[in-house]
Design a protein around this ligand. Structure first.
Ligand code: PLP
Length: 393
């Protein structure tokens, strides 16, 4: 069988791969702690699960919904955006997708022509670059500073004639960095000036800690909002990774194109999941707050402990999402290894802790540790990594 050039280019998601290896080891009875994947460990709140059960039991399963989602779900999303952001999107400017991942995938298909350039901060989430390449686009890296943020100076250095899209993910995976209003205003104005479409991946927007504030690009000004496509979903904030509901909101002509592609590709996301998502968006959000507080407590407990692991160096304390992104170059050298990928392999094989190589996010020499697992697991994982590193110091 001969495969397409597209298929030959794409590589599997490093986060999914490490997590699958960890899960396979766990199935074999090995006591692995999985800090590899961004999957909240809380059960989906009951009120949300019950809405899906009701939908199934009342027979709302044997029909297709519109490919871009149930009208009542779009209304619920529009209302949530209005309440959370103070920004109004009519329901027909929203498309519901199979997770935010599909929203981002379809957006790249709609916005990126063969040879078009997509500006991506380094580090950034693993799937963006693959989605750009699957759309025929070219990745243009925008370097970040010690705080893992891009600036207009970095954008000026990176920008090309063909630059069409810039992705901003705040809070950011893998670093937990949150952009301030002023920083977003500067980036937004730069994008408007350069006629570059912004994608605001706000998937971690509800997970911000220790009095830090989340601001979305779409809240900065009407002009910047008009240049931005908003992407979000239920996976992280409502602990609903398995339900596969995400969405995007943007200009009517963009939504038309997105909906056409969805109608020929995924069709509608699972109907029961859509009913669950309505309940999530319409709920009083107290479950979200309970989970946010738990993540905050984990961050505050493990951040100082990870800083003390020999050879691990953490920059500023993360402000959101649920990841730590330590520089481990010193640990790689202490352990006499060639790179951070080898450290990942040794930690999994010998310390039984799964983490992700920073190389997957464009930054070798770093590791991503997810704290979307219990405090008890986190403390044991840090103890194991410390013990592993202690043999070299
Ligand atoms: N965007 C970022 C930055 C992510 O980290 C993830 C998931 O890991 C997604 C989007 C996709 O989320 P989902 O498809 O589960 O909604």
């Amino acid at each position: 069988m001969k495969f397409s050039k597209r298929a030959m280019q794409v590589t599997p998601s490093a986060t999914v791969k490490v997590s699958n290896t960890a899960k396979a080891m766990i199935r074999k009875g090995i006591d692995v702690i999985n800090l590899g994947i961004g999957e909240p460990d809380f059960p989906t709140p009951k009120i949300i699960a019950d809405a899906a059960i009701d939908a199934i039991q009342s027979g709302k399963t044997s029909f297709y919904t519109p490919a871009s989602g149930l009208p009542q779900l779009k209304e619920a999303i529009a209302e949530r955006i209005k309440q959370d952001y103070g920004v109004v999107y009519p329901a027909d400017q929203i498309s519901v997708t199979n997770g935010a991942k599909m929203a981002l995938y379809v957006l790249m298909q709609v916005l990126v022509d063969d040879g078009a350039d997509v500006l991506l901060p380094r580090p950034s989430w693993v799937s963006y670059r693959q989605q750009v390449s699957l759309a025929g686009g070219k990745l243009v890296v925008v370097e970040t500073g010690a705080d893992f943020k891009i600036t207009t100076q970095a954008l000026d250095q990176a920008v090309t004639k063909n630059a069409k899209v810039l992705v901003i993910n705040s809070p950011q995976n893998p670093t937990g960095t949150v952009y301030s209003r002023d920083e977003l205003a500067a980036i937004g104005q730069w994008a408007v000036l350069h006629n570059v479409t912004l994608i605001a991946d706000d998937i971690y927007g509800k997970l911000v800690y220790n009095q830090n504030q989340f601001v979305s690009l779409v809240q900065i000004s009407d002009e910047i909002a008009a240049a931005t496509v908003l992407v979000n979903g239920v996976s992280k904030a409502y602990s609903m990774t398995g339900w596969r509901i995400g969405y995007l909101a943007g200009a009517p002509e963009l939504i038309d194109k997105v909906n056409s592609i969805l109608s020929h590709s995924t069709g509608n996301p699972s109907t029961a999941s859509q009913y669950a998502a309505i309940a999530a968006f319409q709920s009083d959000q107290s479950d979200v707050e309970t989970m946010r507080v738990a993540f905050e407590q984990r961050l505050n407990t493990i951040y100082p402990l990870v800083q003390q692991i020999p050879g691990f160096e953490l920059a500023a304390k993360p402000q959101g999402a649920f990841y730590l992104f330590p520089n481990v170059q010193a640990a790689v050298e202490l352990a006499n290894l060639n790179n951070s990928g080898e450290l990942v392999d040794r930690l999994l094989a010998e310390a039984h802790v799964a983490v992700v190589d920073g190389a997957a996010f464009g930054m070798p020499g770093y590791l991503r540790l997810s704290y979307a697992t219990s405090l008890e697991n986190l403390l044991t994982a840090v103890e194991r990594i410390t013990e592993f590193m202690n043999q070299f110091s």
